[in-house]
Design a protein around this ligand. Structure first.
Ligand SMILES: Cc1ncc(C[n+]2csc(CCOP(=O)(O)OP(=O)(O)O)c2C)c(N)n1
Ligand SMILES: [Mg+2]
Length: 892
């Protein structure tokens, strides 16, 4: 083709493009956006009919979602807000730098807040409403490692002292300090939500927003316009929990929820999507899930360039450059940007002919432009069809210059030299003289300065300061003891499983006039497994929209009833989501000033093992409630094999300091434990989570022995005393959960066939015994001159002689943790190793926790003590068919 021809064709294309665009503009202006969409749909249909396949894309062009013409006016003073933000930037940086100078390695992050300062400041000055007389307050989940910025603001607000700022990450220092990240446990008046284990805060925010609706729909509190804001990192979106529940938010039309994702294109090691575009990827994911997605990519100095882009070349170039290259632009000079970005197309290059290199380098990203962020937030809070995600493009380490702006190492940057400090100071105009700069001193303008007055006025207008956490819930008297009477009397020979007992108790609590409506049963698609289906009909399954279909089992008594005021949170198969609901309900005492009591029933293997980090977060956030690990026990849950049979959870429950763990054997134990739990949470206001393992093994429930209550709660009591008074050989069998029955059978074997006087003890909580033992030993260690204190276990077993066999359905480490405290030789039996899909009997034989093995272990220990002859033990081994050569189940 000749040159002139090519030029002529290109000219026609240009003209044609322009015509189409002008037509679109005309339609938009004369008939509005709906008509534009309608026309585009017509065009799409036509194209498809002509055989042009329009590919599916949930993406929009790589430009701001909100065009310049739709931007509302900024309601504040840009200039004063910029000055306030600059001071906060400085102090946030200074607190990390100072802390690390004093104590190398103490850590902290500068670059994350540096990139998100504008995102937060626009929120603080214009959107986040605090809890006040007129408003319940918005709930803001701050990105964990942006904490220095949040502290730096509270410092300006006068809520945090200079000493505390100085002691960042050193709570134990004189005068107090500040916790590294948002930890309500460590700063209970300040932080509301723990966020730093990435991925947990987004899922917690989603279920929190849904729980706020639940509270309204059930009429527990009046409706309000309270919002949940969650700030997260773009790297954080790779955590499965982050995106794992986004469809729920859209399905439930949670227009009270806003995600703000700080897309600085970097995570810790390097780019989030060097070869791709995280903003586009997330836009597609969120829009596909039904969210309102608002992209804030470009700052206002791009507006005139985009206005000239009638050929769409700039938009095309913006779209084709991968994130890794954008990161390069944030570090490289203007000449590089001119060449590499604009230079790709001659028309683009011409567009910036009149720009200096410095101007090109300073072309701002949307996330650093308060006006654009304001427009996005305003649009988000006006959106009433569902949740909104704001994808804001920023630069990691913004303002750090050579010290880390946009560099791969910036996440870990904790030190700035004098020159870098000076650069930072000058860039943000902080009035610190050169001779002090090396100190990186904190800066707070006087109380009467324009900045402080403005900042305080804005917060006053928005109801006060935030973050802030408070507890002012009234004391609640839990139900009277009579509610539990039936359980204490036993089942009269009827066979009952502890799961069934627990569900019956729950039903009684739900029916109670006072406490009933505050109970929140939570279950991840396992209600039928646990025999909870009768609750469906009785209290309904919560659904914001009620039930828009005729349930297939409508005619049955226990039909699947969904209702707007339904009480059960039937979460579907998501233990993480259920736990997020548990946390929302379990913190209502603080977030709503209302005592809600969640009872979360789950398959015990999928509790701590799967969502242990969320249970840990429940401790940090000081949630209250009951976790019920159902179908528990490695050998008690038969047939299911090694991914189901839980022999681990009581070990995994050990670390959490605000969680009590119980392995009850009988219905009366459950009743006593739940009753006490409710008393401590509601009446004493203690922030505790109770974990109870419950099983599906059926057996008669005995009546509670007199005086057992204290022991049940503290962890051990003697369930039965031997009647063999004269026997010289004595054994004590410690059982828990369903294995207690094996101990009772073993007692019969020992007493009838071998004349060994045998007492049986129920160990309801090894964790409690372990805590008490630890605490006792610590006191004794620190006070060697005093008479040693005795642990509860030591007191209970005081004066007992003979051997002890402790058997449980969990790892041997559990009884092992207190073995030292027992006054005689101890044999520990447990279920270390992978499970098998077998019958209960075969499993208990395999793991050596059945009656035969328990009895044999007692005899073997007695023989070593010369309390029974070795011949008797050998005889027992033969008659019990115990093979000493058999492979250890731990390795089998
Ligand atoms: C579950 C989890 N894994 C790892 C970390 C350690 N970590 C803290 S910040 C960070 C990088 C964060 O990147 P991004 O989410 O993009 O946030 P940014 O700092 O860039 O805003 C990592 C890996 C963590 N806090 N939580
Ligand atoms: Mg990032």
């Amino acid at each position: 083709m000749r040159h002139e021809d090519a030029d002529a064709i290109a000219g026609e294309v240009v003209a044609e493009n322009r015509e189409w665009i002008e037509s679109l503009d005309y339609v938009y202006e004369s008939q509005g956006p709906a008509r534009v969409l309608e026309l585009l749909r017509h065009l799409q249909v036509r194209a498809q009919q002509r055989g042009v396949q329009v590919h599916f894309s949930a993406n929009t062009p790589y430009i701001n979602t909100i065009g310049v013409t739709r931007q509302p006016a900024f309601p504040g003073s840009r200039e004063i807000e910029r000055r306030i933000k600059s001071i906060i930037r400085w102090n946030a940086m200074a607190m990390v730098v100072r802390a690390n100078r004093q104590h190398a390695g103490i850590g902290g992050h500068i670059s994350t807040f540096a990139s998100s300062a504008t995102l937060y400041e626009v929120g603080f000055n214009h959107f986040f409403r605090a809890k006040s007389a007129g408003h319940p307050g918005d709930m803001v989940f701050f990105q964990g490692h942006a904490a220095p910025g949040i502290y730096a603001r509270a410092f300006l607000e006068g809520r945090i002292t200079e000493t505390q700022m100085e002691n960042f990450r050193r709570e134990l220092a004189e005068g107090g300090g500040l916790s590294s990240y948002p930890h309500p446990y460590l700063m209970p008046d300040f932080w509301q939500f723990p966020t730093v284990s990435m991925g947990l805060s987004p899922i917690m925010a989603i279920y929190q927003a849904r729980f706020n609706r639940y509270m309204e729909d059930r009429g527990i509190k009046p409706p309000d316009d309270r919002r949940v804001w969650a700030f997260l990192g773009d790297g954080e979106t790779d955590e499965p929990e982050t995106l794992g529940a986004i469809t729920l938010a859209a399905r439930e039309r949670l227009d009270n929820l806003v995600f703000v994702i700080n897309c600085n294109l970097q995570r810790l090691d390097g780019p989030v999507r060097g070869n791709g575009k995280i903003i586009q990827e997330l836009e597609a994911a969120f829009r596909g899930a039904g969210w309102n997605a608002i992209k804030v990519i470009w700052g206002d100095d791009w507006d005139p360039l985009l206005a000239q882009d009638d050929q769409g070349l700039l938009a095309r170039r913006m779209e084709e450059v991968p994130d890794g290259q954008y990161q390069m632009y944030s570090v490289a000079g203007g000449d590089y940007i001119r060449k590499d970005f604009f230079g790709r197309y001659p028309q683009l290059a011409r567009m910036v002919d009149g720009y200096t290199d410095e101007q090109l380098q300073k072309l701002r990203r949307g996330g650093h432009d308060p006006q654009k962020i304001y427009a996005a937030y305003q649009s988000a809070v006006e959106h009433s069809e569902g949740p909104t995600v704001i994808l804001a493009k920023t630069i990691k380490g913004y303002g750090l210059g050579e010290a880390g702006e946009g560099r791969n190492v910036t996440h870990q940057q904790k030190k700035l030299n004098e020159q870098e400090l000076r650069h930072f100071r000058s860039r943000f105009g902080i009035p610190i003289p050169d001779d002090q700069i090396q100190e990186a001193p904190f800066y707070r303008p006087g109380e009467n300065s324009e900045e402080i007055r403005y900042l305080k006025e804005r917060r006053r207008a928005l109801g006060g300061y935030l973050p802030a956490r408070s507890v002012s819930v009234p004391i609640f008297r839990p139900p009277a003891k009579t509610l539990y009477t039936d359980f204490l009397k036993g089942s009269g020979g009827r066979e009952v499983a502890t799961t069934m007992a627990m569900v019956t108790l729950l039903a009684k609590l739900l029916a109670d006039e006072k406490i009933g409506r505050y109970i929140v049963p939570i279950v991840p698609d396992e209600a039928r497994t646990f025999g909870m289906e009768s609750l469906f009909r009785k209290i309904g399954i919560y659904s914001h929209v009620g039930q828009n279909y005729e349930p297939v089992d409508r005619s049955s008594l226990l039909y699947y009833k969904e209702a707007t005021d339904g009480q059960i949170l039937e979460e579907g198969i998501t233990e993480a989501g259920s736990m997020a609901s548990f946390i929302a309900a379990g913190t209502a005492y603080s977030t709503f000033d209302i005592n809600m009591v969640p009872f979360f029933f789950f398959y015990s293997m999928f509790g701590f093992q799967r969502i242990g980090d969320m249970i840990w977060a429940a401790g940090d956030v000081q949630a209250r409630g009951f976790l019920l690990g159902a179908t528990a026990g490695r050998t008690t849950l038969a047939g299911e094999g090694l991914q189901h049979q839980d022999g681990n959870s009581h070990i995994l429950a050990l670390p959490n300091p605000s969680l009590l763990a119980y392995d009850p054997a009988f219905a009366f134990e459950i009743a006593v434990i739940v009753r006490e739990g409710l008393r401590r949470m509601l009446e004493e206001g203690e922030n505790l989570v109770y974990y109870l393992t419950i099983t599906n093994e059926f057996y008669p429930m005995p009546a509670m022995p007199a005086g057992a209550e204290t022991g049940i709660l503290k962890g051990i009591y003697k369930f039965s005393q031997s009647s063999l008074k004269k026997s010289k050989a004595r054994a004590h069998l410690l059982g828990s959960g369903a294995i207690l029955n094996e101990c009772l059978k073993a007692r019969d074997l020992l007493e009838a066939d071998f004349g060994v006087a045998t007492d049986v003890w129920s160990v309801t909580s090894y964790k409690n015994l372990y805590w008490d033992a630890q605490d006792t030993e610590r006191t004794n260690r620190l006070n060697p001159e005093k008479k040693p204190r005795r642990s509860f276990l030591q007191q209970q077993t005081d004066g007992e002689s003979g051997v002890f066999v402790a058997a449980c359905d969990y790892l041997k480490a559990l009884p092992e943790s207190i073995a030292r405290q027992l006054p005689g030789p101890v044999v520990v039996l447990g279920t270390d190793g992978y499970g098998r899909s077998e019958t209960r009997d075969a499993l208990r034989d395999f793991f050596e926790v059945d009656a035969r093995h328990i009895a044999f272990s007692a005899l073997a220990a007695l023989a070593r003590e010369k309390a029974v002859p070795m011949t008797a033990v050998k005889k027992a081994r033969k008659s019990f068919q115990i093979d000493p050569e058999r492979v250890n189940p731990l390795f089998a």
